[in-house]
Design a protein around this ligand. Sequence first.
Ligand code: HXC
Length: 514
Amino acid sequence: MKDKLHRLEQLRKTALQGGGPQKVRDQHAKGKLTARERIDALLDPGSFEEFGMLVTHRSTHFGLGKQKFLGDGVVTGYGTINGRTVYVFSQDFTVLGGSLAEAHAQKICRIMDMAMDSGLPVIGINDSGGARIQEGVVSLGGYADIFYRNTQASGIIPQISLIMGPCAGGAVYSPAITDFILMASGTSYMFVTGPNVVKAVTHEEVSSEDLGGATTHATRSGVAHFACEDEADVMRTTRRLLSYLPSSCREKPPFKPYTIPDDHIRPRLDGIIPVHSSQPYDMRDVILEVVDPLSFLEVHKGFAENIIVGFARIGGYVVGIVANQPAHLAGVLDIKASVKGARFVRFCDCFNIPLVVFVDVPGFLPGTDQEWNAIITNGAKLLYAFCEATVPRITVITRKAYGGAYDVMNSKHIGADMNYAWPSAEIAVMGARGAAEIIFKKEIAESPDPEATWREKEAEYAQLFANPYSAAERGYVDEVIAPRFTRLKILKSLDALQTKRKEPPRRKHGNIPL
Ligand code: HXC
């Protein structure tokens, strides 16, 4: 037995070395942790249980027969985050550049299958040169096996991708199907074709960082949900993100008892809306005042800043916040904002996370750029996402709710449960000035003082519609409330809606306008 134990010990020792001390030093020199160090940083101490440590590839082409590494360049298994079990894979760049081939892919697929069977999240740590070139088509097959599982698991278990190094070519499509992408600034990049191919095809000169670094994807493309400062920040953010998510669609998100009694009236909210309705204010001030202290985790913070999305707790309940941001482009809905909002709403609906929506929207952004790039189809994504959501849905109209954007932003008509409006709300087909110009075109044109007539008609329209009361008369808003009571009303709504059960219509799946 002693010999046998010794052999086992030796094998484990070899596996733990990854690609060897020099490769580990190279990895550290790039400011990157190794696959196992990352798992240790992510999971609760000592909780990791590894699978497939002794797996190797079976290829002999191009000298690979002499390059066998135990584990085949990916560490897989399960462990806990704040006591909750998650499955993890972590690609080991020190072994053949973390490249993916048959055995490597099989290990990842195995933990995905196990996570699906048990209803537990999968966190993938990506750091790879892509398809292992020496293994040819089996590498492509391995990727496809993963893509298929990503899709089957979508909406059933949360899937989170951490990008900690290169992620190029078709390899990007696994993270793209998952729910959240977190990137480490300066050391990670994602692109379908790298700078050299870009230069050859389009003659553009661009660095890897500009083409597909964390900042690029968190601000320009929206591919990344979080651009983290460094690897440690990626781990912290992932642990925090997970604290809002249920382990699968079969569960509710984790409730955290809120212990401060009678803390639900927020007088500061009464002073947030500016005197003039064209003046901006920061919707984050509203959100932060309403949610439990330090509980707001903003998602996609630097992308499409005219809409804010993120997770928070209200009285301990996890909620998904969707809010127009009047401080950026007046809170208008454009293509990027619509897509950002739609994806977040659908995520929350998959995972039983109630939606709390703050509305201050002047409408959809006009212009050829928007029309030619399909604001119609893209705006419809947000509309569709809200229409199909069956989770508890609460709306607070703080100021403008104009035109189609009123309907889209979780209105009563498309299935919201509780709709509140502040006295500052303006719910109408359009702004009073534009409305007056159209309805009273003739009177204004024929008036001896067109500007005065316009202003007079504008005031008339505003008096009638630039308020919440005509919507309240029809029951489109359930109650007009003083802003200070917003948190209390939402909390009571969340309590009342805990037992909401609404089944979507039976069908294979809907056809969201993609
Ligand atoms: C096999 C690979 C590899 C790969 C890297 N390595 N990528 N081995 N297949 N795809 C090996 C290198 O040969 C090297 O081995 C070690 O990993 C470290 O790589 P370096 O080049 O020394 O590291 P670095 O300078 O940091 O550059 C990293 C890199 C570069 C930018 C990722 O290695 C690179 O460009 N690799 C090729 C990327 C690529 O074209 N992949 C295929 C994409 S197509 P030694 O033994 O020298 O240490 C694809 C299709 C997927 O992925 C389709 C899915 C549908």
